[in-house]
Ligand binder design. Structure first.
Ligand code: ASN
Length: 518
C-alpha cells in the first residue's frame, strides 16, 4: 500500500501588502499571519491536529542557531492527492518591500539554507514593489538549488474582503508542495514565472507581473496547475546546495538613456566614488547616442578602462540587445557588455552578485554577464531531439526503456534515450513512483547515476513508498552511490528517518554515510 505523502513547506514572511493592516499612517505590515489570516480559512487549515515543526532560527545574539518548535497547519487534500503541511516563520522586522536591500536578501537565503533539509519547498511572502529584484538576487545567491523556492505577495491584503492574497498563496503552496521545479520562481495571478525574468508592470492590478522574454513555467486554471516542464531549469553537475550572500549593491548603479542626454552627465555617474558596475538602459536593440565627436562613446570606454563593468540592456519590454545598428556596434566596440534579453532587475542584481565574489575581476564579470547563470538570459538556442510523435503512451514506453537501460548499467543506451526526451524524462516516475534517479541509485553502474545527475535529475523526489534515492542506495548497501548522492545534495527525508534508524542497527556505517546522524 502506498503511504499517504504529506509535503512540508516553510513559509517565510518578510512583510508586504499580503500581511498588512490599516493604521493611521496607511497600510503597515502586521504580525501573526498564520494565526490571524490562515488558521481561520478552510483552504489553509484542514483542522487536523497541529504537529509541531522544527524551524532553525538565528539566535538573538546572532552567534549561532537555535531550533524552535512552531505550530503547523495543513491544507486539505489537493487535486494532486497530497496535503501540504506548513508553518509560517516571520522575520523579526516585517518590511514594506520598498525598504528591502542586500541584508534582507541575505536573511532570506540564510533562512532557506538553515532549513533546507527539513522542508520539500519554500514559499517567501514579500511585498510586490521590489519583488522582481529579490527574485533575481535570490536566483543567483542560491547555488545548486534542488527544491522549489516560490516568491509571492499580493496587491491587496489577506484580511481585505476582496483580495488576491488567498489565490496567490494557495497557488504558491501547491507549487512548492508538489512540483519539483528547482528554481527561484514568482507565482502571481495564476502564473508561475522564472523569478529572474520578471518585472512589476502594474501598481494596483492583480496582474502585477510579467515575464516578457520567457514563457511562464506554469499556469493555473480552474482544474489544475499545468507545468511547462520543457522550460524548467535544473541544476546540472555534482554539487550540494549552498548560498552566497552579501551582494554588493553599494557599488552599482543604473542609468536610463534619453534623447539629449549629455556625456558629462553619464561621466559624472561613472565617476561616483567606488562605482564598479553600471547598467545602462538603452534604446531598442541596444543603441545610445554617441555624442558630438563620439564624446559619449569615449566616456564609456574610459570608464571601462578604469575597470568599471558597463552592461547594456534595452528599455523595451521584449527583445534582446544585439549589435545590429551602428550605435550599438560602437558601444560593443567600446567594451560595453551586451546584456541580451536580461531585465534591468536581473542585470543589476547579477552585477552585485558577481562583484561580491572575492576572486572576481572586471574581465571575469564581463564574461559572466553575457552568459546564462540561472536562465536569466537567452543564449543561442540548443538543438532539441524529439520523437516524431510524442504520444503519452510512448512516454511510459520510453521511461520503461530507460529504466531497463539504467538497471543494466548501459550508459550508452541511457544517453541515447535521455537525449531524445530530455525535458520530461528525468523527473518522471513509473507506476511505483520511481524516477530514473531512484532506479540508478541501485544500478550496477555508478557512471549511469553520475550521468543522470549531471543531466539535472532531482535527488529529492520520493516514490510511492515515500523513499528517496539516497534511502534506496543505502538500503541496498551501495556505498559509492550513497557518496555520490550526498555530494549532489541528497539527504534523508524526515519521514524516512525512523525506518533508517532501524536499518542502521545492522549496517551503521552506510547509514552514517547517508547522513542519518546529521
Ligand atoms: N508597498 C507594498 C510592498 O511592496 C506593495 C505590495 O506589496 N503590493 O511591500
Amino acid at each position: 500500500m502506498a503511504e499517504e505523502i504529506e509535503s512540508r513547506v516553510l513559509l517565510i514572511m518578510t512583510g508586504g501588502t499580503i500581511c498588512m493592516r490599516q493604521s493611521p499612517n496607511g497600510f503597515v505590515p502586521a504580525r501573526d499571519f498564520q494565526e490571524h489570516c490562515l488558521a481561520p480559512m478552510p483552504a489553509f487549515n484542514d483542522k487536523s491536529p497541529s504537529i509541531p515543526i522544527e524551524v532553525i532560527n538565528d539566535n538573538a545574539e546572532r552567534t549561532g542557531h537555535e531550533v524552535k518548535e512552531y505550530t503547523s497547519l495543513r491544507t486539505p487534500q489537493t487535486a494532486y492527492g497530497r496535503k501540504v503541511r506548513y508553518t509560517v516563520y516571520e522575520f523579526p522586522e516585517l518590511l514594506d518591500s520598498s525598504s528591502i536591500d542586500a541584508k534582507g536578501w541575505t536573511e532570506i537565503a540564510e533562512t532557506i539554507e538553515r532549513n533546507y533539509t527539513h522542508f520539500d519547498g519554500f514559499v517567501v511572502l514579500h511585498g510586490t514593489d521590489s519583488l522582481a529584484y529579490t527574485c533575481s538576487a535570490l536566483s543567483f545567491m542560491l547555488q545548486n538549488l534542488g527544491k522549489p523556492v516560490v516568491l509571492t505577495g499580493s496587491q491587496s491584503p489577506m484580511l481585505e474582503l476582496q483580495n488576491d492574497a488567498t489565490e496567490n498563496l494557495l497557488g504558491s503552496l501547491v507549487v512548492a508542495g508538489h512540483f519539483m521545479i528547482p528554481e527561484v520562481c514568482l507565482y502571481f495571478n495564476n502564473r508561475l514565472f522564472r523569478g529572474n525574468r520578471c518585472i512589476k508592470v502594474a501598481a494596483s492590478d492583480f496582474a502585477a507581473f510579467e515575464s516578457p522574454n520567457y514563457a511562464p513555467l506554469a499556469v493555473t486554471n480552474s482544474t489544475r496547475t499545468n507545468v511547462n516542464w520543457e522550460i524548467v531549469r535544473r541544476p546540472r553537475g555534482i554539487g550540494a546546495f549552498g548560498i552566497r550572500t552579501d551582494l554588493d549593491t553599494r557599488h552599482v548603479a543604473c542609468l536610463r538613456i534619453f534623447p539629449g542626454i549629455q556625456p558629462e552627465m553619464v561621466d559624472a555617474v561613472l565617476r561616483l566614488e567606488g562605482l564598479r558596475g553600471l547598467v545602462l538602459e538603452t534604446f531598442g536593440a541596444g543603441n545610445a547616442p554617441h555624442g558630438q565627436d563620439n564624446a559619449m562613446t569615449k566616456v564609456l570606454a574610459d570608464a571601462i578602462g578604469r575597470g568599471i563593468v558597463i552592461v547594456n540592456v534595452t528599455q523595451c519590454l521584449t527583445g534582446s540587445v544585439s549589435p545590429v545598428y551602428a550605435p550599438g556596434m560602437s558601444l560593443s566596440r567600446a567594451g560595453v557588455v551586451a546584456g541580451l534579453d536580461m531585465t534591468t532587475e536581473a542585470a543589476l542584481t547579477k552585477l552585485a552578485y558577481l562583484l561580491a565574489i572575492p576572486e572576481c575581476t572586471p574581465e571575469s564579470i564581463a564574461k559572466d554577464m553575457a552568459v546564462s547563470l540561472r536562465g536569466e538570459l537567452t543564449e543561442i538556442s540548443q538543438p532539441v531531439f524529439r520523437h516524431p510523435d510524442g504520444e503519452l503512451s510512448e512516454r511510459a514506453q520510453t521511461l520503461t526503456m530507460l529504466g531497463y537501460a539504467i538497471a543494466r548499467g548501459d550508459l550508452q543506451r541511457v544517453d541515447v534515450i535521455v537525449k531524445m526526451e530530455h525535458h520530461w524524462l528525468l523527473n518522471d516516475a513509473d507506476y511505483s513512483g520511481n524516477t530514473p534517479i531512484h532506479i540508478a541509485s541501485t544500478s550496477p553502474s555508478l557512471e549511469v547515476l553520475e550521468y543522470l545527475l549531471r543531466q539535472g535529475g532531482s535527488v529529492h523526489l520520493r516514490n510511492n513508498q515515500n523513499r528517496t534515492p539516497l534511502f534506496m542506495a543505502a538500503n541496498a548497501g551501495m556505498g559509492e552511490h550513497v557518496k555520490l548522492l550526498r555530494q549532489s545534495g541528497a539527504h534523508l527525508h524526515s519521514d524516512e528517518r525512523a525506518a533508517a534508524e532501524v536499518l542502521a542497527q545492522r549496517r551503521p556505517e552506510i547509514w552514517g554515510e547517508a547522513g542519518l546522524h546529521e
